[in-house]
Write a new protein. Structure first.
Length: 320
Protein backbone atom coordinates (compact mmCIF):
# COMPACT_ATOMS: atom_id res chain seq x y z
CA UNK A 1 0.00 0.00 0.00
CA UNK A 2 1.38 3.39 -0.98
CA UNK A 3 2.03 5.78 1.85
CA UNK A 4 1.59 9.56 1.71
CA UNK A 5 4.71 11.55 1.03
CA UNK A 6 6.06 13.37 4.10
CA UNK A 7 4.56 16.80 4.65
CA UNK A 8 6.85 19.85 4.46
CA UNK A 9 8.25 19.86 7.98
CA UNK A 10 8.93 23.58 8.27
CA UNK A 11 5.45 24.52 7.07
CA UNK A 12 3.73 22.10 9.43
CA UNK A 13 5.75 23.42 12.36
CA UNK A 14 5.02 27.04 11.42
CA UNK A 15 1.26 26.50 11.22
CA UNK A 16 1.28 24.49 14.45
CA UNK A 17 3.16 27.31 16.19
CA UNK A 18 0.69 29.86 14.86
CA UNK A 19 -2.23 27.73 16.04
CA UNK A 20 -0.62 27.47 19.49
CA UNK A 21 -0.20 31.25 19.64
CA UNK A 22 -3.92 31.84 18.97
CA UNK A 23 -4.87 29.11 21.44
CA UNK A 24 -2.76 30.89 24.06
CA UNK A 25 -4.44 34.21 23.22
CA UNK A 26 -7.88 32.57 23.51
CA UNK A 27 -7.05 31.00 26.88
CA UNK A 28 -5.63 34.30 28.14
CA UNK A 29 -8.79 36.12 27.07
CA UNK A 30 -10.99 33.58 28.85
CA UNK A 31 -8.81 33.98 31.94
CA UNK A 32 -9.14 37.75 31.83
CA UNK A 33 -12.92 37.43 31.57
CA UNK A 34 -12.88 35.85 35.02
CA UNK A 35 -10.82 38.73 36.40
CA UNK A 36 -12.29 41.98 37.71
CA UNK A 37 -13.71 44.22 34.99
CA UNK A 38 -11.08 46.89 35.58
CA UNK A 39 -8.43 44.49 34.28
CA UNK A 40 -10.16 44.19 30.92
CA UNK A 41 -9.98 47.87 30.14
CA UNK A 42 -6.57 48.66 31.46
CA UNK A 43 -3.58 47.25 33.22
CA UNK A 44 -0.65 48.84 31.45
CA UNK A 45 0.89 48.97 28.02
CA UNK A 46 1.13 45.21 27.55
CA UNK A 47 -2.53 44.66 28.44
CA UNK A 48 -3.66 47.52 26.18
CA UNK A 49 -1.61 46.18 23.29
CA UNK A 50 -2.90 42.64 23.77
CA UNK A 51 -6.52 43.79 23.74
CA UNK A 52 -5.90 45.97 20.69
CA UNK A 53 -4.23 43.16 18.73
CA UNK A 54 -6.97 40.57 19.28
CA UNK A 55 -9.95 42.87 18.74
CA UNK A 56 -11.25 44.58 15.64
CA UNK A 57 -14.39 46.33 14.47
CA UNK A 58 -17.19 46.44 17.02
CA UNK A 59 -15.30 44.33 19.57
CA UNK A 60 -12.76 47.11 20.16
CA UNK A 61 -15.45 48.79 22.24
CA UNK A 62 -14.88 46.10 24.83
CA UNK A 63 -11.37 47.25 25.70
CA UNK A 64 -12.32 50.70 26.95
CA UNK A 65 -10.72 53.99 26.01
CA UNK A 66 -7.60 53.18 24.04
CA UNK A 67 -4.40 55.23 24.33
CA UNK A 68 -3.76 57.78 21.58
CA UNK A 69 -0.67 55.93 20.35
CA UNK A 70 -2.72 52.81 19.71
CA UNK A 71 -5.33 54.75 17.76
CA UNK A 72 -2.56 55.87 15.41
CA UNK A 73 -1.90 52.24 14.48
CA UNK A 74 -5.30 51.46 13.01
CA UNK A 75 -6.79 51.25 9.54
CA UNK A 76 -10.45 50.94 8.43
CA UNK A 77 -11.98 47.49 8.81
CA UNK A 78 -13.33 47.79 5.25
CA UNK A 79 -9.74 47.21 4.15
CA UNK A 80 -10.55 43.53 4.70
CA UNK A 81 -11.36 43.70 1.00
CA UNK A 82 -7.63 43.98 0.26
CA UNK A 83 -7.08 40.50 1.71
CA UNK A 84 -9.26 38.92 -0.95
CA UNK A 85 -7.84 41.03 -3.76
CA UNK A 86 -4.39 39.70 -2.85
CA UNK A 87 -5.71 36.16 -2.52
CA UNK A 88 -7.52 36.19 -5.88
CA UNK A 89 -4.41 37.47 -7.66
CA UNK A 90 -1.75 35.39 -5.87
CA UNK A 91 -3.64 32.12 -5.59
CA UNK A 92 -4.95 32.53 -9.14
CA UNK A 93 -1.32 32.85 -10.24
CA UNK A 94 -0.37 29.66 -8.36
CA UNK A 95 -3.42 27.86 -9.72
CA UNK A 96 -2.40 28.66 -13.31
CA UNK A 97 1.16 27.38 -12.74
CA UNK A 98 -0.06 24.16 -11.14
CA UNK A 99 -2.62 23.62 -13.92
CA UNK A 100 0.10 24.07 -16.56
CA UNK A 101 2.38 21.60 -14.77
CA UNK A 102 -0.45 19.12 -14.33
CA UNK A 103 -2.05 19.09 -17.77
CA UNK A 104 0.03 21.04 -20.26
CA UNK A 105 3.43 19.48 -19.66
CA UNK A 106 4.89 22.62 -18.13
CA UNK A 107 7.01 22.86 -15.01
CA UNK A 108 6.79 24.94 -11.90
CA UNK A 109 9.17 27.94 -11.83
CA UNK A 110 12.58 27.22 -10.32
CA UNK A 111 11.97 29.71 -7.50
CA UNK A 112 8.88 27.75 -6.42
CA UNK A 113 10.94 24.56 -6.43
CA UNK A 114 13.57 26.27 -4.26
CA UNK A 115 10.86 27.37 -1.83
CA UNK A 116 9.56 23.79 -1.74
CA UNK A 117 13.01 22.52 -0.83
CA UNK A 118 13.53 25.21 1.83
CA UNK A 119 10.21 24.31 3.46
CA UNK A 120 11.05 20.63 3.70
CA UNK A 121 9.44 19.13 0.60
CA UNK A 122 11.63 16.62 -1.20
CA UNK A 123 11.33 17.47 -4.88
CA UNK A 124 12.31 13.92 -5.84
CA UNK A 125 9.61 12.22 -3.81
CA UNK A 126 7.00 10.24 -5.68
CA UNK A 127 3.41 11.34 -6.03
CA UNK A 128 1.63 9.06 -3.59
CA UNK A 129 -2.03 8.66 -4.36
CA UNK A 130 -3.59 11.71 -6.04
CA UNK A 131 -1.60 14.46 -4.37
CA UNK A 132 -1.26 16.58 -7.49
CA UNK A 133 -4.94 16.40 -8.37
CA UNK A 134 -6.02 16.88 -4.74
CA UNK A 135 -3.80 19.95 -4.38
CA UNK A 136 -5.16 21.35 -7.63
CA UNK A 137 -8.72 20.91 -6.35
CA UNK A 138 -7.92 22.56 -3.01
CA UNK A 139 -6.15 25.47 -4.67
CA UNK A 140 -9.18 25.90 -6.93
CA UNK A 141 -11.52 25.80 -3.91
CA UNK A 142 -9.35 28.35 -2.10
CA UNK A 143 -9.36 30.65 -5.12
CA UNK A 144 -13.14 30.35 -5.54
CA UNK A 145 -13.58 31.06 -1.83
CA UNK A 146 -11.50 34.22 -2.20
CA UNK A 147 -13.47 35.30 -5.28
CA UNK A 148 -16.75 34.88 -3.42
CA UNK A 149 -15.51 36.73 -0.35
CA UNK A 150 -14.19 39.56 -2.53
CA UNK A 151 -17.57 39.84 -4.26
CA UNK A 152 -19.32 39.87 -0.88
CA UNK A 153 -17.02 42.60 0.43
CA UNK A 154 -17.68 44.72 -2.66
CA UNK A 155 -21.42 44.17 -3.17
CA UNK A 156 -22.98 42.49 -0.12
CA UNK A 157 -21.37 43.53 3.16
CA UNK A 158 -22.01 46.93 4.71
CA UNK A 159 -18.95 48.02 6.64
CA UNK A 160 -19.26 50.43 9.55
CA UNK A 161 -16.55 52.81 10.66
CA UNK A 162 -14.83 50.03 12.61
CA UNK A 163 -11.06 49.69 12.56
CA UNK A 164 -8.38 47.01 12.72
CA UNK A 165 -4.80 47.22 13.97
CA UNK A 166 -2.14 47.72 11.31
CA UNK A 167 -0.50 44.49 12.50
CA UNK A 168 -3.76 42.59 11.90
CA UNK A 169 -3.97 44.13 8.45
CA UNK A 170 -0.42 43.14 7.48
CA UNK A 171 -0.93 39.69 8.97
CA UNK A 172 -4.06 39.20 6.86
CA UNK A 173 -2.25 40.14 3.67
CA UNK A 174 0.56 37.71 4.45
CA UNK A 175 -1.87 34.97 5.44
CA UNK A 176 -3.52 34.74 2.03
CA UNK A 177 -0.14 34.55 0.35
CA UNK A 178 1.04 31.86 2.76
CA UNK A 179 -2.09 29.72 2.55
CA UNK A 180 -1.94 29.24 -1.22
CA UNK A 181 1.78 28.56 -1.06
CA UNK A 182 1.08 25.94 1.60
CA UNK A 183 -1.27 24.10 -0.77
CA UNK A 184 1.31 24.16 -3.56
CA UNK A 185 3.98 22.79 -1.25
CA UNK A 186 1.96 19.64 -0.58
CA UNK A 187 3.03 18.01 -3.85
CA UNK A 188 6.41 17.16 -5.39
CA UNK A 189 7.45 19.72 -7.98
CA UNK A 190 8.92 17.47 -10.66
CA UNK A 191 6.25 14.80 -11.10
CA UNK A 192 4.07 14.69 -14.22
CA UNK A 193 0.61 13.26 -14.00
CA UNK A 194 -0.86 11.86 -17.22
CA UNK A 195 -3.88 9.96 -15.91
CA UNK A 196 -7.38 10.72 -17.07
CA UNK A 197 -9.12 13.18 -14.75
CA UNK A 198 -12.18 11.02 -14.15
CA UNK A 199 -9.97 8.17 -12.95
CA UNK A 200 -8.42 10.38 -10.30
CA UNK A 201 -11.64 11.44 -8.62
CA UNK A 202 -11.87 9.71 -5.23
CA UNK A 203 -14.67 9.50 -2.72
CA UNK A 204 -12.96 11.98 -0.40
CA UNK A 205 -12.88 14.57 -3.21
CA UNK A 206 -16.66 14.28 -3.51
CA UNK A 207 -17.19 14.47 0.26
CA UNK A 208 -14.82 17.42 0.57
CA UNK A 209 -16.33 19.43 -2.28
CA UNK A 210 -19.88 18.72 -1.09
CA UNK A 211 -18.99 19.94 2.41
CA UNK A 212 -17.27 22.99 0.91
CA UNK A 213 -20.38 23.95 -1.10
CA UNK A 214 -22.67 23.39 1.88
CA UNK A 215 -20.53 25.51 4.24
CA UNK A 216 -20.02 28.22 1.61
CA UNK A 217 -23.76 28.56 1.00
CA UNK A 218 -24.45 28.95 4.71
CA UNK A 219 -21.63 31.45 5.13
CA UNK A 220 -23.02 33.53 2.28
CA UNK A 221 -26.53 33.42 3.73
CA UNK A 222 -25.26 34.56 7.12
CA UNK A 223 -23.30 37.44 5.59
CA UNK A 224 -26.42 38.50 3.67
CA UNK A 225 -28.39 38.44 6.94
CA UNK A 226 -25.79 40.68 8.60
CA UNK A 227 -25.79 43.08 5.65
CA UNK A 228 -29.60 43.27 5.56
CA UNK A 229 -29.64 44.48 9.16
CA UNK A 230 -28.30 47.76 7.80
CA UNK A 231 -30.44 47.96 4.67
CA UNK A 232 -34.03 48.84 3.88
CA UNK A 233 -36.27 46.44 1.97
CA UNK A 234 -35.24 48.22 -1.22
CA UNK A 235 -31.58 47.43 -0.50
CA UNK A 236 -30.53 50.95 0.47
CA UNK A 237 -28.14 51.33 3.41
CA UNK A 238 -30.04 53.09 6.19
CA UNK A 239 -27.88 52.43 9.25
CA UNK A 240 -24.36 51.50 10.32
CA UNK A 241 -25.38 50.45 13.83
CA UNK A 242 -25.27 46.90 15.16
CA UNK A 243 -28.38 44.76 15.64
CA UNK A 244 -29.11 41.19 16.70
CA UNK A 245 -29.16 38.86 13.66
CA UNK A 246 -31.71 36.06 13.27
CA UNK A 247 -32.14 33.29 10.73
CA UNK A 248 -30.13 30.38 9.34
CA UNK A 249 -27.31 29.30 11.69
CA UNK A 250 -27.68 32.50 13.72
CA UNK A 251 -30.45 30.66 15.57
CA UNK A 252 -27.77 28.50 17.21
CA UNK A 253 -24.55 30.52 17.33
CA UNK A 254 -23.50 34.16 17.47
CA UNK A 255 -20.93 33.83 14.68
CA UNK A 256 -22.05 31.16 12.21
CA UNK A 257 -19.99 32.75 9.43
CA UNK A 258 -16.86 31.96 11.49
CA UNK A 259 -18.08 28.40 12.04
CA UNK A 260 -18.68 28.08 8.29
CA UNK A 261 -15.13 29.31 7.66
CA UNK A 262 -13.82 26.48 9.82
CA UNK A 263 -15.95 23.95 7.95
CA UNK A 264 -14.61 25.26 4.63
CA UNK A 265 -11.03 24.56 5.75
CA UNK A 266 -12.03 21.16 7.12
CA UNK A 267 -13.57 20.38 3.72
CA UNK A 268 -10.22 21.18 2.10
CA UNK A 269 -8.47 18.81 4.53
CA UNK A 270 -10.94 16.10 3.47
CA UNK A 271 -10.30 16.89 -0.21
CA UNK A 272 -6.57 16.40 0.40
CA UNK A 273 -7.36 12.89 1.61
CA UNK A 274 -7.45 13.28 5.43
CA UNK A 275 -3.76 12.37 5.88
CA UNK A 276 -2.18 15.78 5.26
CA UNK A 277 -0.63 16.82 8.58
CA UNK A 278 0.31 20.31 7.39
CA UNK A 279 -3.24 21.15 6.37
CA UNK A 280 -4.66 19.87 9.64
CA UNK A 281 -2.28 22.32 11.35
CA UNK A 282 -3.85 25.02 9.16
CA UNK A 283 -7.30 23.82 10.30
CA UNK A 284 -6.20 24.09 13.94
CA UNK A 285 -5.01 27.64 13.29
CA UNK A 286 -8.38 28.56 11.72
CA UNK A 287 -10.19 26.90 14.65
CA UNK A 288 -8.43 28.97 17.33
CA UNK A 289 -8.32 32.15 15.26
CA UNK A 290 -12.04 32.07 14.53
CA UNK A 291 -12.89 30.93 18.07
CA UNK A 292 -11.07 33.95 19.49
CA UNK A 293 -12.98 36.33 17.21
CA UNK A 294 -16.27 34.54 17.96
CA UNK A 295 -15.82 34.82 21.75
CA UNK A 296 -15.26 38.56 21.42
CA UNK A 297 -18.34 39.00 19.19
CA UNK A 298 -20.46 36.85 21.51
CA UNK A 299 -19.29 38.98 24.43
CA UNK A 300 -20.25 42.14 22.52
CA UNK A 301 -23.78 40.91 21.75
CA UNK A 302 -24.47 39.75 25.29
CA UNK A 303 -23.15 42.98 26.77
CA UNK A 304 -25.02 45.35 24.45
CA UNK A 305 -28.36 43.56 23.98
CA UNK A 306 -30.16 42.59 27.17
CA UNK A 307 -32.65 40.40 25.28
CA UNK A 308 -29.95 38.49 23.41
CA UNK A 309 -30.92 34.78 23.08
CA UNK A 310 -29.30 32.91 25.94
CA UNK A 311 -29.29 29.55 24.18
CA UNK A 312 -26.81 30.70 21.50
CA UNK A 313 -23.24 29.56 21.79
CA UNK A 314 -20.39 31.70 20.49
CA UNK A 315 -18.89 29.55 17.75
CA UNK A 316 -19.77 25.84 17.46
CA UNK A 317 -23.44 24.87 17.88
CA UNK A 318 -24.20 23.25 21.25
CA UNK A 319 -20.48 23.03 22.07
CA UNK A 320 -18.64 26.35 22.36
Amino acid sequence: TARAAPAPAVLAAAWALLAAAFLAALLLLLLLRRAPARRLGGGGVVSDLFQDLIRYGKTKRGCGQRPAWLRLLQVPKRWFTHFYVVSVLWNGFLLIWLFRAEFLGGSLPSWIQHVHHALGRDSQSEDMGNEHFSALLVLLLLWLHSCRRLAECLWTSVFSNGVIHIVQYCFGLGYYIAIGSTVLCQVPTNVRNGEVLSMQICWYHIVGITTYIWASLHQHRCLVILANLRKSKSGKVVSLSHSVPFGDWFERVSCPHYFAELLIYVSMAVTLGFHNVTWWCVVMYVLFNQALAAVLCHEFYRKNFSSYPKHRTAFIPFVF
